[in-house]
Design a protein around this ligand. Structure first.
Ligand SMILES: [Zn+2]
Length: 297
């Protein structure tokens, strides 16, 4: 774990982005209809045409110590080695714990976990196997309130044939059994966490729950898989995984409008180079003006 994690201030929160692991997913699937001659530039692509993606957890610690929030938890530790090979899944064991320690917090101090959605590369780190027998599960952060949108939860329990490979119930079912899940309801949900608002997104998967951290001059919007990496900033560079690609496109246009109107900064879940960015928007062209939350290796 790097000890030169970059932190940034957003309102009353100190924010950092931790690389909790790595995966490789098919480059073609990651860029939908965009041909490889366009996307290969700048990607780390292997012999099987898979590109390197980070899985990131955003840590938000409130100044008064009342809240320590994790946004997404990465692939987690439950992958059997044979299955892990398919997606080159690599879990950086202890990454969240080390990052919390570097910020002077114990893992027990985590108060809230936001599960943007329940795909395995975002929700896998919420549970772990208790022992080598790999049967009994435990919550990794048993004291935390886990926030998930109710409609997404319902979808995750009965996904379509097209997206069911992305959900493992052992990542999340225990949350309900242990009473540690807090469902977010409705289409315009209020967020009771101080200094945080909810945004919703439906193109990638229904009812993604995206936290926005308030700041007087420049709030921070966690994009989830609406914009997985900086390479996905062009509105039409939509993943083939998305259930409703045209929705994703329109949601990105709306996000960029909001970036312009509210001077938003954004944070990515999968970019291997940066945890976030300040964007430059010039007509239809959207690019990174300034990388944020860059991990010094
Ligand atoms: Zn996803």
């Amino acid at each position: 774990m790097s000890h030169t994690m970059q932190t940034m201030r957003v309102g009353r929160y100190k924010i950092t982005s931790v690389v909790t692991g790595w995966t490789r997913l098919d480059g073609g699937a990651m860029f939908g209809v965009v041909p490889k001659v366009l996307w290969e530039k700048g990607e780390d692509c292997d012999d099987s045409n898979r590109i390197l993606l980070a899985t990131r957890t955003l840590i938000a610690a409130r100044d008064d110590g009342s809240r320590i929030i994790l946004v997404d938890t990465g692939v987690g530790s439950k992958w059997p080695p044979e299955d892990a090979k398919r997606y080159a899944v690599e879990n950086r064991k202890g990454a969240i714990r080390h990052a919390l320690a570097a910020l002077d917090h114990a893992p027990e101090a985590v108060t809230d976990i936001v599960a943007t959605h329940l795909h395995f590369d975002h929700a896998g780190g919420m549970t772990r196997f208790k022992d080598e027998a790999r049967t009994d599960l435990a919550l990794v952060f048993p004291g935390a309130t886990h926030w998930v949108h109710r409609r997404h939860w319902d979808h995750a329990l009965s996904p379509t044939l097209r997206d069911r490979a992305s959900f493992f119930s052992h990542d999340f079912q225990l949350l309900e059994e242990s009473g540690r899940v807090q469902f977010v309801e409705g289409d315009d949900p209020a967020c009771p966490i101080p200094g945080v608002e909810w945004a919703l997104s439906h193109g990638h998967t229904p009812y993604q729950l995206l936290p926005v951290f308030d700041d007087e001059t420049s709030p921070l919007f966690f994009t989830g898989d609406l914009v997985p990496t900086a390479s996905h900033l062009p509105p039409a560079w939509v993943m083939a995984y998305d259930l409703y690609p045209l929705k994703t496109l329109n949601e990105r246009l709306a996000l960029y409008e909001r970036v312009r109107a509210q001077n938003l900064r954004i944070a990515f879940p999968h970019d291997r180079r940066m945890g976030g960015a300040r964007l430059a928007i010039d007509g239809k062209r959207v690019s990174v003006e300034e990388p944020l939350l860059v991990d010094g290796a």
